[in-house]
Design a protein around this ligand. Structure first.
Ligand code: ATP
Length: 586
């Protein structure tokens, strides 16, 4: 298929601010896609060349792209820089200079989607000496073959500023509709496969090549991160036992969640967000090689930095310093990690995700040999709320975050948050029971002291799974240092869009809208009801709002769709009421 057809679709997607329309446009388009191009098209729609865990970047700075545009339009780089200053978008610059130069193109030269994709891949894979020049030559070559409108999207793609805002759920809905004529018919199967490999391009290709049966037989694969199972919340030990009965109760370590994939001596480590982090943890890799007695395995655990001087764990603030690009070996010596493993998803060729928790963790204990780095999470098995409560209190005293109770017969449900796992954390009576993860959808220009930063507050939203949209819940103006305000503004400006993004539902008008990408953990005093915000709002009901929200830390290792959901806010609101009632003696 010609790339011009995809560019036309992008043009239509860009013009709409309605998610439903995006879905219609994409599902019509996916009907025409061939199996050979399905994965490439899905990646391009996701604004990437490969799933993030492959760690591939195009590696072209603006100046390089400016040079390519200059070459292809026979203008000087200075002319292009000038025009860029005026238009503020190199995609528009490319469109303008090429439209003047060649209003029409010879059809025979027009590249297919695969050709464009392969060239972009080649650019990304060009590294080492002379790579800057070679990348520019490749991009120039590509731009000579496309129309002005296509060039706009190629340039934006190369710079990571396509900002179409198509979410994965929209792509999944559209694939199901395109193949079966029904949005929901294959939705669960597509999502299941996606959760097992974090690669929607691959899922699309399997679907088109092998049909529904192939999709249903999809299995986990070593090397492709599995989307992690998540925990629900309940406010007390009694409620946990009432809900799931006899269960395993594990320490909830406050560290970094890691998923380790082992194939012989080849080891990969992925983050909570399916990013590849292998190079950051040489100590864990050594530990896995020494201690894990299995040819192949996928296991999960929480990594915590350990202070060898005191024999105690470091707080999270220290553990997080292990997430770094440089001086890795030094930091590994100063703050070695211990990985508390708590699940085994695959071993020696067998997918264990459908096996019950008890069986998986027994196998886990069997394959882990003695040593410092790799251990299994501490746990008790109980059906007695008092015992659970005691284990929880002991854990709080030791400075851990609390406990996670796990249903003994539950499978590992990739990507799902349900009552198979229930977390109970330290709580402050009367206050909100947990922090909230909000996604930033816009910001307000600063007044008063912050005016000089050009940013004074952020507009925060939570995720509504039902409608695949982001609904506002708070304006946040505290918790960041001055430098961080400047930094976040720069980052948000890179995601700036001219109108409210299609998947954002807001009645408040931000001064600057941006595509939802960055997730922050926010502490608040309580959840209140408010007519201003759209989270949980309906004709009959006011929305939810956060009282005194303040940011904790910095950008989280989460996708926008991993932010707290409206459903969770509703539950937290109810839990808050229950605690209030108890505190007041109700
Ligand atoms: P979530 O990961 O559920 O979206 P979050 O990142 O805000 O939420 P928490 O709500 O604090 O984290 O709790 C869940 C996290 O606890 C897990 O993702 C994992 O990183 C961590 N954890 C620590 N110990 C365990 C354990 N024994 N079993 C499962 N998870 C654990």
């Amino acid at each position: 298929m010609l790339f011009s057809q995809l560019a036309e679709v992008f043009e239509r997607l860009e013009a709409t601010s309605k998610r439903l329309e995006m879905f219609e446009i994409l599902s019509e388009f996916f009907k025409k896609v061939s199996k050979e191009e399905a994965d490439k098209i899905v990646y391009l729609c996701e604004e990437q060349l490969l799933p993030p865990f492959k760690g591939l970047e195009i590696g072209m700075a603006e100046k390089m792209v400016e040079r390519a545009i200059a070459k292809v339009s026979n203008k000087s780089p200075e002319d292009i820089t000038r025009l860029y200053k005026k238009l503020g978008d190199l995609g528009l610059v490319a469109k303008e200079v090429l439209a003047k130069k060649r209003p029409t193109l010879f059809q025979s030269k027009a590249p297919t989607i695969s050709e464009v994709y392969n060239t972009l891949m080649k650019i990304a894979q060009t590294t080492g000496e002379g790579s800057i020049e070679r990348k520019i030559i490749e991009l120039t070559g590509l731009l000579t073959r496309v129309s002005a409108g296509e060039a706009k999207f190629i340039v934006r793609f190369v710079l990571g500023s396509l900002r179409l805002g198509i979410g994965d759920p929209t792509i999944m809905d559209s694939l199901s509709k395109a193949i079966t004529g029904d949005r929901m018919k294959l939705r669960t199967d597509i999502e299941r496969a996606y959760n097992l490999c974090s690669d929607l391009g691959l899922v699309a290709r399997v679907l088109l090549e092998k049909g529904e049966r192939g999709l249903k037989q999809f299995k986990v694969q070593v090397g492709s991160p599995i989307r992690m199972a998540l925990a629900e919340r309940l406010p007390s030990a009694q409620e946990i036992i009432k809900k799931i009965g006899k269960c395993a109760v594990e320490t909830k370590y406050d560290g970094l969640r890691l998923q380790v994939h082992k194939q012989g001596d080849k080891i990969e480590i992925f983050s909570r967000n399916q990013e590849r982090m292998t190079h950051m943890f040489p100590d864990i890799i050594q530990g896995i090689k020494k201690q894990v007695k299995a040819k192949s395995a996928i296991l999960e655990g929480e990594a915590v930095a350990f202070n060898e001087e005191t024999g105690e764990f470091f707080p999270f603030q220290v553990t997080i310093t292990r997430k770094r690009k440089y001086e890795i070996e030094e930091r590994a010596k100063e703050a070695p990690l211990v990985l508390f493993t708590f699940d085994l998803l695959y071993v020696n060729g067998k997918d264990l995700t459908q096996k019950p928790y008890e069986e998986r963790t027994k196998m886990l204990a069997k394959i882990i040999g003695k040593g410092f780095t790799i251990r299994t999470a501490e746990k008790i098995i109980t059906e007695n709320p008092k015992e659970l409560e005691q284990f929880f209190e002991e854990n709080i005293e030791r400075g851990t975050e609390g406990i996670i109770a796990k249903r003994l017969d539950s499978p590992y449900q990739a990507g799902a948050r349900n009552f198979n796992w229930i977390k109970l954390k330290r709580s402050y009576r009367g206050e909100l029971q947990d922090t909230i993860d909000v996604v930033i959808v816009g910001y307000f220009k600063g007044r008063g002291l912050r005016a000089r930063f050009g940013i004074g507050a952020l507009l925060g939203a939570v995720y509504d799974e039902k409608t695949d949209s982001f609904k506002t819940i708070c304006k946040i103006g505290s918790g960041l240092s001055e430098e961080k305000w400047v930094e976040i503004r720069k980052l948000l400006d890179k995601l700036k869009v001219g109108h409210k993004p299609a998947r954002v539902d807001s009645e408040i008008k931000a001064d600057v809208w941006c595509q939802p990408r960055y997730v922050f953990t926010v502490m608040a005093d309580e959840i209140t009801l408010s007519p201003l915000h759209t989270a949980g709002k309906s004709k009959e009901k006011a929305g939810f709002a956060l009282r005194f929200p303040r940011i904790q830390g910095w950008i989280r290792d989460k996708k926008p769709e991993d932010a707290t959901t409206v459903k969770e806010i509703e539950k937290l609101f109810k839990m808050q009421k229950r605690v209030e009632a108890k505190t007041l003696g109700g």
